[in-house]
Design a protein around this ligand. Structure first.
Ligand SMILES: [Zn+2]
Length: 92
């Protein structure tokens, strides 16, 4: 299976961090996410907003990439969300 790591936006490496931080395909989604996160009043709400942001990023990747690559990004994001949950649980 051919799967180069080039992002459809033109960036040489479609990593999870690229998608989250600077992919132009996710610009609109990212600005909505930042605005929603600023408005959030609780950690729980922020966590839900973050999970939704990752889900939507995974959908963008899904539209552009092979199943193999999508699965890798999706797994990473799921792991990041799990880690966030674990941090939160420890604080309680
Ligand atoms: Zn990109």
């Amino acid at each position: 299976m051919i799967d180069d790591a080039k992002c459809p936006c033109g960036h040489p490496n479609q990593s999870v961090l690229h998608m989250i931080n600077d992919c132009s395909l996710a610009n609109r989604l990212r600005s909505d996410f930042i605005a929603a996160k600023r408005r959030a009043i609780s950690d729980n709400e922020r966590l839900k907003i973050t999970a939704t942001f990752y889900e939507q990023l995974a959908m963008i990747v899904d539209m552009h990439r092979s199943n193999l690559h999508r699965q890798m990004i999706y797994d990473t994001m799921t792991h990041m969300i799990d880690s966030t949950w674990q941090c939160k649980q420890m604080k309680i």
